[in-house]
Design a protein around this ligand. Sequence first.
Ligand code: CUA
Length: 186
Amino acid sequence: MFSAEHRPPQGQAGERIERLWARSMTASIVVLLGVIVFTSAHWGLHPPSRVETIDSTSLHKGGEFSEGNLGTSIAPDGSAVVRVVAQQYAFVPSCVLVPADVPITMRLASADVVHGFLIQGTNVNAMVVPGYVTTVRTTFAESGERLMPCHEFCGVGHQAMWAHVRIVDAKQFPSEDAKAKAVSCG
Ligand code: CUA
């Protein structure tokens, strides 16, 4: 089957090559783990380790993700909290209104299956898994309009699932209203 020069190495030569491969594989695993640890520490990346659970089947019945609570609220410390429900096939609210230059905590929950979301032109990009709350912290430096599509295949209507994020100057944002109740642009 093998010609003389293509026969696999036997005996000691074979063992030596096996050991060489085992060592180089171990070395690559160590290097990859090192890259993960380095980027996490150096770039402040947050691997999805923080687990906060929620009953996805009863979001509409009350609590943090009830309808009246969805949208943007201003917390007592002046930061903004955006609450969004992802469901087949829309985000609620479908237009998220946020102030520029204000620290923002986005909290998302899914009402049914796995969804994902990203905000174009930013590093906001996460999955929304039923049973868990997804939390992302960000600050938008400039005002403007950005798209927020679902990027996790969630069914036949997946490609039509997206929201707008409208970033307005902090002075134009209805902060007083948002201290009392969540606001949105649609
Ligand atoms: Cu939701 Cu794709």
